[in-house]
Write a protein that binds this ligand. Structure first.
Ligand SMILES: [Fe+2]
Length: 277
């Protein structure tokens, strides 16, 4: 699944795409959504072309994002010109996204009902002055393809953008280090230094995209193999990182901006979820 960058009214993510393994599962997902009273629509051939897929259906997802599902990507044998050895994608997909929500349990419920998402674990930690509870959900061997964070005891959302970060996984440690150097060399802002996560043991760093959300680049996370899947028991961690991931250059202005968005979200903000009957 590619990234599709388009000019638009907001510096934000507008859709997340999911490849479904087979036609039967595809029909099951569509039926679930339609039966829940949510409007489903088929994308135009032009929209499919832009995404490199044969057919694509779309329905509303959390925080105003569209959920897009497809079965057959159009592939090419042309060699990619890249600055590194490669990204780890394959059967478990591109990486993950993290989103903050005023009603995180409802967001989790959405992914449970649509995709049979399974809980991989929890983290409870103070981040940027708020007590956050983060749920990690998986649908395949990737430890999580979405992390949903909520501020404990308060229905606020401290993040302006729809996602807090996206993650892609590189093939080698050399790739990770070279990318870190490039972020610095090109003058992009590094948000969190290199570190290692407790939950999936991924080594990673976070930089800030021009749209304002963060991009985590990671290497070597745990894979939930069929053996592990059989006996998986979600754990709760009291820290998101074993080491590192320290904030870089966090200013008073950054903190104040977060409080402003949190306060605005208390007053209502955007609708958080489509109604699933
Ligand atoms: Fe992450």
């Amino acid at each position: 699944m590619p990234f599709l960058l388009q000019r638009g009214p907001a510096e934000d993510v507008t859709a997340l795409g999911w490849q479904i393994d087979d036609q039967e599962t595809f029909e099951i997902v569509l039926a679930r959504v339609a039966n829940a009273g949510v409007r489903v629509s088929e994308a135009t051939p032009e929209e499919c072309n832009l995404r490199g897929v044969e057919r694509l259906w779309r329905f509303p997802g959390p925080k105003g994002m569209a959920t897009e599902i497809f079965t057959a990507p159009t592939t090419s044998t042309a060699r990619l010109r890249m600055l590194q050895s490669g990204f780890v994608t394959g059967a478990s997909g591109m990486g993950h996204v993290a989103i903050t929500a005023r009603q995180p349990d409802r967001v989790r419920g959405y992914y449970d009902r649509v995709f049979d998402a399974r809980l991989s674990g929890w983290v409870q930690e103070n981040i940027a002055g708020a007590r956050l509870r983060i749920r990690f959900l998986r649908v395949n061997g990737r430890h999580h393809w979405v992390a949903v964070a909520g501020v404990q005891g308060l229905r606020i959302d401290p993040i302006r953008t729809v996602i807090q970060h996206l993650n892609t996984q590189v093939e080698s440690l050399d790739d990770l280090l070279a990318a870190y150097e490039r972020v610095i060399a090109h003058g992009f802002h590094m948000q969190w230094s290199a570190g290692q996560h407790t939950t999936d043991r991924e080594l990673s760093f976070y930089c800030v995209t021009p749209s304002g959300f963060e991009w985590e680049l990671g290497w070597n996370p745990i894979v939930v193999t069929p053996d592990l899947e059989e006996h998986w028991a979600p754990k709760t961690y009291d820290s998101i990182s074993i080491w590192g991931h320290t904030p870089i250059g966090e200013s008073v202005l950054t903190r104040l901006t977060q409080f402003r968005y949190a306060a605005a979200s208390l007053r209502g903000g955007r609708p958080e979820l489509p109604v699933l009957r």
